[in-house]
Design a protein around this ligand. Structure first.
Ligand code: BGC
Length: 253
């Protein structure tokens, strides 16, 4: 692990329904104050969302030099959003770092939401010290993925969009599909089983870590899955994205 340049950074999670943030103590990976959540403005354009990110950051009295890591539910390459599966299409081609930096007046790093969670799991959670191939899969509105090889993150894998039985996998196996179709835990677990079978065949992971809001209820569905690799809940549960983004922002040089 590289030593963070800052001991404190903000993590802010930009999601389809809420924008949530907290200052993070990077020596422990814990929130330094209770998380603030503001509903995502609609339409969720870059200008409106970055103003809300500024409101979340300003809710905490921290120096302007404290960096912000923002998670975003899309492919992020060098700060620029290249996809928009569950967000406003006007984000495609937008430099997330530039718009958020201009709105907040702080140094900003942008990262895919699942990659941020994966990074936090390596630094503080269930993937810490695990050699080989680890997949962190987040189950929420979509399915996010982080591929980690010997504790190094390979970004933007987008495994939620694998084609499984002729469908975009997340359209059937995300937590939002469970809600929308009112699936029982058992019915949803059957979809997850199918999804993880395909993922296992392609990547032969040594460990699968499951994150996202529903990871709080892991005992309802993880025991129903039968996989070769061990499958465990995220050590940081749903805080992983915020913590990982903060940590990455602090390490940027
Ligand atoms: C997006 C990913 C994102 C995932 C979880 C998918 O629809 O394509 O970039 O990580 O949802 O939010």
């Amino acid at each position: 692990m590289t030593t963070p340049q800052h001991q404190v950074a903000f993590g802010i999670d930009i999601g389809g329904s809420g924008i949530k943030g907290a200052p993070v103590d990077l020596t422990t990976g814990q929130f330094l104050a209770e998380r603030v959540r503001i509903a995502t403005p609609q339409p969720a354009t870059p200008a409106a969302v970055s103003q809300t990110v500024a409101q979340v950051a300003d809710a905490f009295a921290l120096d302007r030099s404290v960096p912000i890591g923002v998670t975003f539910p899309a492919v992020i390459q060098h700060g620029v959003a290249l996809s928009a599966a569950n967000v406003d299409p006007s984000w495609i081609g937008t430099n997330v770092e530039t718009v958020v930096r201009e709105a907040t007046g702080r140094p900003v790093l942008a990262v895919n939401d699942a990659d941020a969670a994966g990074f936090a799991e390596v630094e503080y959670g269930a993937a810490k010290g695990v050699p080989g191939v680890v997949l962190v899969i987040t189950l929420g509105t979509g399915i996010g993925s982080a591929l980690i090889v010997d504790e190094v993150l390979v970004p933007n894998t987008e495994l939620g969009h694998l084609e499984v039985d002729g469908h975009d996998a997340e359209s059937r196996a995300a937590d939002s599909a469970r809600d929308r179709e009112e699936l029982s835990w058992k019915q949803w677990a059957e979809r997850l089983q199918r999804y993880f079978d395909v993922v296992e065949k392609l990547f032969s992971p040594d460990l699968i870590v499951v994150g996202g809001g529903v990871s709080k209820k892991h005992e309802k569905f993880l025991p129903l899955l039968d996989l070769r690799a061990p499958i465990v809940p995220a050590g940081l549960l749903n805080a992983a994205g915020i913590v990982g983004a903060a940590s990455l922002a602090a390490q940027r040089r």
